[in-house]
Design a protein around this ligand. Structure first.
Ligand SMILES: Cc1cc2nc3c(=O)[nH]c(=O)nc-3n(C[C@H](O)[C@H](O)[C@H](O)COP(=O)(O)OP(=O)(O)OC[C@H]3O[C@@H](n4cnc5c(N)ncnc54)[C@H](O)[C@@H]3O)c2cc1C
Length: 236
C-alpha cells in the first residue's frame, strides 16, 4: 500500500486528496489511545472487516487506519488511533480537534473475517482495537464463539474493558508474542474447540509472523494475517 507520495504527485492529485471528512468529536480513552469521530459523505463506501482507509497525515504522507464504527445513515466514522509518538501519522492525529478537515480514502484491502467459522480468535495490539470494535457487533449478532487476544502496553491494559470489549485476554508486551516457544505454550492450544477456529492476526508484524508460524506448524485453524506496523519501518 502506498504510504508516501512525491510532492509533485500530491500537487497533481490535490483535488482528489482534498479533505472530505470533518472531525466532530475527539476523546482520549487513555493518553495514547485516541478516538476520533469524523463526519462526511460515506454513502458510496463499502466497509468490510479487515478493510482499511488511508488518511492523509501530511502533504506527502498517507497512513492506513481501520474503522471502529461506521454509521452510514449519519455519515459517521469512528477510528481508534494508537498515539505511539514515533511518526508523522501519530503526531498529526494527536493534534486533531473538532472542525478539522481531513482526507480519508474509501476502504479497501484484505477481508480478514470468515463468518462461516463458529470459533473466532482475533489477535493484535493497540493498532488492532479498531478492527476488534468493528468485528464485535457482528460476532455477537452471529452468535460466534469469540475471543480477543491483545498484547498491550501496561498503560493500555484496561482499554478493551473501557470500550466494553468482552472475552478478552490481555498480554503484556513483555511476555511475548515474538517468542515462538512461549507462543507454543499458550493454553488455547490445549483446547480442542479451537483446532478449527478462524484466527485473525493483526498488529506488530513480528508478533503476527511468530503466531502465524506456530499455528501453521500445529496445523490449527484458518489463518488470516496482516501486519499493521513494523519496527523501524515507516507506513505499512
Ligand atoms: C491495514 C492496516 C490497518 C491499520 N489500522 C490501524 C488502526 O486502526 N489504528 C492504528 O493506530 N493503527 C493502524 N494501523 C497501523 C498504522 O498505519 C501504523 O502504525 C503507521 O505506521 C502509523 O504511521 P506513523 O506515521 O505514526 O508512523 P510511521 O511513520 O509509519 O513509522 C515511524 C516509526 O514509528 C514506528 N511505529 C509505527 N507504528 C507504531 C506503533 N503502533 N507502535 C510503536 N511504534 C510504531 C515505526 O516502526 C517507525 O519506526 C493500520 C495499518 C494497516 C496496514
Amino acid at each position: 500500500m502506498i504510504s508516501s507520495i512525491p510532492k509533485w504527485v500530491g500537487n497533481l492529485f490535490e483535488g482528489a486528496l482534498r479533505p472530505n471528512m470533518k472531525v466532530i468529536e475527539t476523546s482520549y480513552i487513555r493518553r495514547r489511545i485516541k478516538l476520533v469521530r469524523f463526519q462526511g459523505d460515506i454513502a458510496k463506501m463499502d466497509f468490510q472487516i479487515g478493510y482499511a482507509n488511508v488518511i492523509r497525515v501530511s502533504e506527502t504522507e498517507l497512513r492506513n487506519y481501520t474503522v471502529a464504527l461506521c454509521d452510514t445513515k449519519n455519515g459517521i466514522l469512528d477510528f481508534l488511533f494508537h498515539i505511539h509518538g514515533n511518526g508523522v501519522g501519530s503526531e498529526y492525529i494527536d493534534t486533531l480537534e473538532v472542525n478539522d478537515e481531513v482526507y480519508i480514502s474509501p476502504p479497501r484491502g484484505k477481508r480478514l473475517f470468515s463468518p462461516e467459522i463458529k470459533q473466532q480468535l482475533f489477535f493484535g495490539d493497540e493498532t488492532s482495537i479498531g478492527i476488534a470494535c468493528s468485528a464485535l457487533p457482528v460476532l455477537k449478532k452471529n452468535k460466534h464463539q469469540y475471543h480477543f487476544f491483545f498484547e498491550l502496553g501496561d498503560e493500555n491494559r484496561d482499554v478493551p474493558q473501557l470500550l466494553e470489549i468482552d472475552n478478552v485476554t490481555v498480554f503484556s508486551k513483555k511476555e511475548t508474542f515474538r517468542n515462538e516457544l512461549w507462543v507454543r505454550d499458550l493454553s488455547i492450544f490445549q483446547t480442542p474447540d479451537w483446532k478449527q477456529a478462524s484466527f485473525v492476526l493483526t498488529g506488530n508484524v513480528k508478533s503476527v509472523q511468530t503466531f502465524r508460524k506456530v499455528l501453521k506448524d500445529k496445523t490449527i485453524g484458518k489463518i488470516r494475517a496482516q501486519g499493521y506496523w513494523l519496527e523501524g519501518k515507516k507506513g505499512l
